[in-house]
Design a protein around this ligand. Structure first.
Ligand SMILES: *Cc1c(COP(=O)(O)O)cnc(C)c1O
Length: 377
């Protein structure tokens, strides 16, 4: 069976974890965490990066740092992972869902403004498949209405929009290093800051509401409880695993791009014949081959395709069930405007196996089976 995903492993992970273990430095904010933070800062151009225990937690921090409270509204797509909404709903805010664009599956920037009320505090664009949202428009809307922009860049490390790194365009950006993402630490993530303004407060929230970070820098002579907070810093052993991959990020990215391009070129004639739709990467967007999906005619055809691929030893999977149709989505959110594309497009989408080290042979085999399903050869 060809797996849908295999977590990345480059070879140095064990050496770096062993280093943590042998030097008895396994808690948070050690050597490898610092290396990862610096790597991400350099890569994205963010003023600061703080590694976190997950992207969900990074987004929770973003919600706290943005002062989101009971009764506030936060605009986001419905076609996303639950964490995008959870982080704000936890603070008592309402998730206001806006339709997506059918080409990129990203929030439709032209429908955001109509969803803004006097309660709106933030816009949360999700860069689906590592393809950037229309950030110029989104930043302009946010500026005119005095809203924060928190990027859910869980899938977007290494990707760019008009030359700028995803995650570092909005006020705050959140990355995921879950094992399903391009670079992994098992469970983990990061929050990045466009400007240094909120960094000190973030360090406190991340360290249980204490000024421990200042203490370690020698800025205060003891540390104490100064604000509310939680524990959002990962063990340095997890960071060690991640760093082994960040060091080889370009190589991993190239390998993924090769798989993505092979799929794209191999399935092009199916798309030209009108059988399927392929992903769209708008001009100005540089993606990271996080995902390769195709769109079938409808859900019925998708079910048949997934089952046909399974019978041929290939694991393909569909993706998000729109949040506004879920029990929690109904309770904690509302859909603004009409759901033209969110449900329809989500029901057509299937993701094909995509991971670092997917072999060319498997890649070609999957393409041939998709074609066979449509009677193409
Ligand atoms: C993976 C993902 C998350 C959650 O990441 P975790 O690190 O598992 O918390 C959030 N949003 C999107 C869009 C994701 O793809």
């Amino acid at each position: 069976m060809i797996s849908f995903n295999v977590p990345p492993f480059t070879g140095r992970e064990i050496e770096y974890i062993k280093d943590c273990v042998e030097s008895r430095k396994i808690c948070g904010d050690g050597k490898y965490t610092k290396k990862c933070n610096e790597w991400i800062e350099k890569k994205t151009g963010a003023a600061k990066c703080l590694l976190t225990t997950s992207c969900t937690h990074a987004t929770e921090m973003a919600a706290l740092l943005s002062g989101i409270k009971e009764g506030d509204e936060v605009i986001m797509p419905s076609y996303t992972f639950v964490s995008t909404a959870d982080a704000f709903v936890l603070r008592g805010a309402k998730a206001v869902f806006v339709d997506i664009r059918p080409d990129t599956m990203n929030i439709d920037e032209t429908k955001i403004e109509a969803a803004i009320t006097e309660k709106t505090k933030a816009i949360v664009p999700v860069h689906y498949a590592g393809v950037g949202c229309e950030m110029d428009t989104i930043m302009d809307i946010a500026e005119r209405h005095g809203l924060k922009v928190i990027e859910d860049a869980a899938q977007g490390i290494m990707s760019k929009y008009k030359g700028k790194s995803l995650g570092a365009i909005g006020d705050l950006g959140c990355f995921s290093f879950h094992e399903t993402k391009n670079y992994s630490m098992g469970e983990g993530g990061a929050i990045v800051f466009k400007t240094p303004e909120l960094v000190e407060e973030a360090e406190i929230i991340r360290e249980k509401g204490t000024d421990r970070s200042r203490f370690f820098r020698g800025q205060v002579d003891k540390y104490t409880w100064v604000n509310y907070g939680s524990s959002y810093l990962p063990s340095d052993m997890n960071a060690a695993y991640l760093y082994a991959q960040l060091e080889l990020a370009d190589e991993i990215n190239e390998a993924r791009m090769k798989v993505w391009n092979t799929y794209y070129n191999g399935l092009r004639d199916l798309a030209e014949a009108g059988k399927i739709d392929l992903p769209v990467v708008p001009e100005g967007c540089e993606h990271n081959a996080h995902m390769f999906y195709i769109k079938t005619k409808d859900m019925e055809e998708r079910t048949k395709l997934i089952s046909f691929l399974k019978d041929n030893g290939i694991c393909s999977v569909f993706h998000y069930i729109p949040l506004h149709t879920s029990p929690a989505g109904k309770k904690f959110g509302r859909f603004n405007g009409e759901d033209v594309y969110t449900t329809r497009e989500s029901e057509r989408l299937t993701r094909l196996p995509m991971y670092y080290k997917l072999t060319e042979e498997d890649n070609m085999y999957i393409i041939s089976k998709v074609k066979e399903f449509y009677g193409f050869s």
